[in-house]
Design a protein around this ligand. Structure first.
Ligand code: FAD
Length: 565
């Protein structure tokens, strides 16, 4: 008897135990999934190109890979089994991250006379058992063999989970205490860069022949949304490129990552973000790898929280003890593909707030959202505790708006299939939230528009965090007026709307929508979480002010719905 490992398109790591245990490998390129929604062409190019590269890479490493193109997984499995009528192989599959997919795929194989077992997904750091150890048993009735609890009744908070994982894994720990004495240095991670600061250049991996060929096919074969040229496409599509992307991040971008993590700058879509989510979500990187690399960088080049100011003029670099660091070559493996932006040989120090902030995103937020998704699906996908039902304004599709912040953020998504976290949360989902968008529709938009989007990660981020469709993972909505955008960006300076005004023509659309949203949802929100201060401002407004706010909010909604905001 033989065992075939069925490798899905987001399970592309070459060093899996599952690969070691298998006799051969099956990969199915199913076009049906890509027909479901008008995905960004870069997303489809990325997934299919990475699959094709990994197929070739695995074959070079000596694996026997059957690579099938089919309309659906069902058709692919049928072909696979038909080619082996005498010795039906047993199929193994790492538990897919998408809700219920493991059971569905098992049934699909069994219906065609094959057998399939699910095994742990090695591409997350923590397991469902680790989660249960922290969270206890799921709240929902029943649950599937995917370990899904199926309920949004319980609530979970990331910070507690994050500390638990740090303690359990020893990551960034000094015995029983967090390195540096604090668990979280977020208060140092809310600065905006000074004028003239140039972010480290984005690493670019030039599309090779296989990526170009894949892209041509994608553009011709599928209905897509977003820039269909390859000009802005620079994502890693191979394991080697993913490792080079990680290296470039750790060497060049990590020092400023924390400090400017929440900032937005006109014309700068990437700032010092890692840009690693596409590679991590495809499995080209295992989440241990970026975390260990960042920890190692701290050991080599670490400085106190906030002790390094990543100014352009700052040429001298200091090590953990304040000594000047030499200018030897970095650690980059010599034969690794080089990304541009990594030519300089100076190795800037990495402050603890950057290191801790990054590690929290990965072992805190990323693992947390995955488990909350498992627990809260299928309800979470439809959760809508505020009963919001508006359609997404046309500006999300065509990018045509006078609002600089929205125009920038939508523009980044159209051009790159990427916007960084604060644009996603505090511009794109914040505006949709206070405008009154149906969370499921917003989730759809995020899912099709972003290169790193998968149902398991958009749903908790968009429906729960961004739309407050449920309080399963946060106690208050991420809603704000134009003040937040003004504080964290340079967008308002060039915007024709006036951020300091709430009412009347020309007032920043965020402002009236924000107050109107609080008023409209008072019953649900007044008592929740940390909303007391906001509602004290609500209480201080008189009837006349409310009438003007309502008038402006209605007007903004009307303009936005007509594509005229
Ligand atoms: P960095 O800022 O460099 O962060 C480092 C890493 O931390 C990321 O690569 C990612 O792996 C992880 N991470 C950080 N925050 C989260 C989070 N909240 N959930 C899961 N992982 C996190 N992330 C996706 O991977 N796919 C999505 O489709 C997605 N949609 C989002 C939608 C909304 C409305 C919001 C608020 C967040 C979403 N996120 C999503 C989370 C986060 O914004 C992205 O992971 C991040 O912006 C990716 O860019 P980066 O790699 O440069 O991240």
């Amino acid at each position: 008897d033989t065992t075939t490992l069925w490798l899905l398109g987001d399970q592309l790591h070459p060093d899996l135990d599952a690969l070691e245990d298998a006799d051969d490998v099956l990969m199915i390129e199913a076009t049906g999934f890509a027909d479901r929604r008008p995905y960004h062409p870069h997303k489809l190019t990325l997934v299919f190109s990475a699959m094709r590269h990994v197929r070739d890479d695995l074959r070079e490493r000596g694996h026997d890979v059957t690579y099938l193109r089919a309309d659906s997984f069902g058709d692919g499995i049928e072909t696979f089994l038909a080619e082996r009528p005498d010795a039906t192989p047993h199929i193994e599959l790492m538990r897919p991250a998408s809700h219920g997919a493991g059971d569905r795929l098992r049934e699909l194989v069994e219906e065609r006379g094959g057998s399939l077992t699910l095994r742990e997904n090695e591409l997350f750091w923590t397991t469902p058992a680790d989660w249960r150890e922290w969270a206890g048993e799921p709240a929902g009735a029943g649950g599937t063999s995917d370990g899904d609890g199926g309920s949004t009744d319980r609530t979970y908070r990331q910070e507690g989970w994050y500390r638990h994982v740090r303690r359990e894994t020893g990551v960034l720990m000094d015995g029983d205490d967090p390195v540096g004495g604090e668990w979280n240095y977020d208060e140092l991670n809310q600065e905006t860069p000074p004028a003239g600061w140039t972010p480290p250049e984005r690493p670019r991996f030039e599309p090779d022949a296989l990526t170009r060929e894949t892209h041509e096919w994608v553009v011709e074969r599928f209905d897509t949304w977003g820039d269909d040229s390859l000009d802005g496409f620079a994502w890693p599509v191979t394991r080697e490129e993913a490792l080079a992307a990680l290296d470039t991040f750790v060497e060049r971008r990590l020092p400023a990552f924390g400090r400017y993590e929440d900032a937005m700058v006109e014309g700068e879509p990437f700032l010092a973000h890692s840009l690693l989510s596409p590679a991590i979500n495809l499995g080209l990187l295992d989440p241990h790898e970026p975390v260990r690399a960042v920890e190692a960088a701290y050991e080599e080049r670490g400085v106190d929280p906030g002790a390094y100011d990543p100014e352009p003029s700052e040429a001298t670099t200091l090590d953990a003890f304040g000594d000047a660091v030499g200018t030897e070559e970095g650690d980059a493996a010599e034969d690794a593909p080089t990304a541009n932006g990594s030519e300089s040989t100076e190795r800037p120090p990495v402050p603890l707030n950057a290191v801790e902030g990054f590690i929290r995103q990965v072992i805190g937020w990323r693992e947390f959202t995955r488990h909350v998704y498992r627990e809260a699906m299928p309800e979470m996908a439809e959760a809508n505790q505020l009963d919001q039902s508006r359609s997404l304004p046309p500006a999300y599709w065509d990018g045509d708006t006078d609002m600089t912040c929205l125009s920038e953020a939508v523009g980044h998504v159209r051009e790159y299939g990427y916007a960084h976290h604060i644009e996603r949360l505090m511009v794109l989902s914040n505006f949709a939230l206070i405008y009154g968008t149906d969370p499921a529709e917003l989730n759809e938009w995020f899912h099709l528009g972003f290169v790193d989007a998968y149902h398991w990660v958009t749903t908790p981020n968009v429906v729960a965090m961004g739309s407050f469709g449920t309080d399963v993972l946060s106690s208050k909505p991420y809603a704000s007026s134009g003040n937040y955008v003004n504080r964290m960006s340079d967008y308002c300076a060039s915007c024709p709307y006036t951020v300091s005004r709430t009412t009347g023509e020309g007032a920043c659309p965020f402002n009236a929508l924000y107050w109107d949203f609080l008023k409209e949802n008072e019953e649900t929100l007044r008592g929740t979480g940390r909303m007391g201060l906001m509602y004290s401002h609500v209480d201080n407004k008189d009837d006349e002010e409310w009438a003007e706010i309502r008038e402006r909010a209605d007007r903004v909604r009307e303009l936005a719905a007509e594509g005229d905001v």
